[in-house]
Structure formats: C-alpha cells, structure tokens
Design a protein around this ligand. Structure first.
Ligand code: ZN
Length: 201
C-alpha cells in the first residue's frame, strides 16, 4: 500500500518505468499532471496513443515517420550519393540536429552482438545492400557508436562492402570538444592519434 490514492500510485508506477525517470521524478510529474487542468492530461493521453498508432519506420531508411517514407528520403535537395549508417533513430536525429550532414541515412536498428544473439540477419543490412545498388550511393559513412559492438558492426560492414564500388568511411573517434587530454582514457587517446587529420605538410 502506498501513501497516495491507488490511481495516483499507478500513474507514478507507470511513469517510473520510463528511462531516466526514477521514483522521485515520477512522483513530481504525476503530482504536476494532477494539479494541472484536465486539458494537459487529455492531450498527453492522446499524444501517447497517437504516437503508438501512427509512427512507423520509413520503408527506405527505417527512420521514424508517419508516412510510408520519411521527410529526409522525400527531400529532393539531399545529396543522394552519401549514405550515413547509424544504429538507431536517436543517432540519426543527433546527426541531423548538428546540421552538418546533408546526405541520406540508413538506420540499422541495432548492432551485432553475438552474446545477445543479434546477428547480421537481425539488422537492416539486406535493405542497405539493396539501397547501394538502387540509389547510386558513392560513399557509405559508418556512424555506429564507438562501443565494442558498434566497432564490430562497422568492421563487419566495411568488409562486406569491399567488393562494392563505394567509398567506405568511418566517423572520427577521439577527444571531445572542450575535453582535457590528461583526463582522457588511453583507448580514446589511441583513437584520437589514429584519426588525426593533416593540417599542413
Ligand atoms: Zn527515410
């Protein structure tokens, strides 16, 4: 038995199942919803249902969309020849928000992880190969995360694509902006040195 009435306890319990929301934050959000006018609760409930009913994966790049193909795939101004391969829709959004990349994306929906039983057939790799052939891709940027699984996936993809006539690049790994070398781990420094760029020769 909790200290709040049962419906409020249930709302707190449900909210605390969300990532990054602990018991305290869930209680704060639930009490806020309770004291706000009914419109907030109603529009929240509607948005939650709508997002589950209407959001699906783009049939081309597997990004989130509410249409058959997403706005990026539909945008004729994007550079067609460059394809940035990411693990999940969140990674695609982060790159898009940076505003630097103007090509197309391909979302793998995971990374290779033999221990968790995730193999190549569980990722959107077959669709990636079809896109290379059908869309005249000349560069594939492997932007999986710099984790053991992300690196293994990038390495797997680069080996698999060697016989295709496309340029394969990997996002640079190293020291973050505002970072301090003396606090970097040796793996990060090793990558930073390996990924160094030429300024003047
Ligand atoms: Zn798309």
């Amino acid at each position: 038995m909790g200290i709040y009435p049962a419906p409020l306890e249930k709302l707190i319990r449900e909210l605390s199942k969300l990532p990054g929301i602990g018991q305290k934050s869930a209680t704060r959000v639930a009490l806020y919803i309770l004291k706000s006018d009914k419109g907030l609760a109603q529009s929240l409930a509607e948005s939650l249902t709508k997002v589950k009913e209407e959001i699906r994966f783009c049939s081309r790049c597997f990004n989130f969309t509410d249409q058959d193909t997403c706005v990026i795939c539909e945008n004729g101004n994007r550079a067609n020849g460059m394809l940035c391969v990411v693990e999940g829709p969140g990674d695609q959004l982060a790159i898009e928000e940076s505003g630097v990349f103007k090509g197309r994306y391909h979302v793998l929906h995971g990374v290779l992880s033999p221990l968790d039983g995730v193999g190549p057939e569980d990722l959107k790799i077959g669709a990636l190969l079809s896109r290379l052939e059908n869309e005249g891709i000349c560069e594939v940027i492997l932007a999986t995360n710099p984790t053991a699984e992300g690196e293994a996936t990038a390495s797997f993809l680069s080996k698999m694509l060697t016989d295709k006539s496309v340029k394969i690049t990997r996002i640079a790994l190293g020291v973050p902006m505002g970072g301090d070398l003396k606090y970097m781990d040796s793996m990060t420094l090793r990558h930073a040195l390996k990924s160094r760029t030429l300024l003047l020769s």
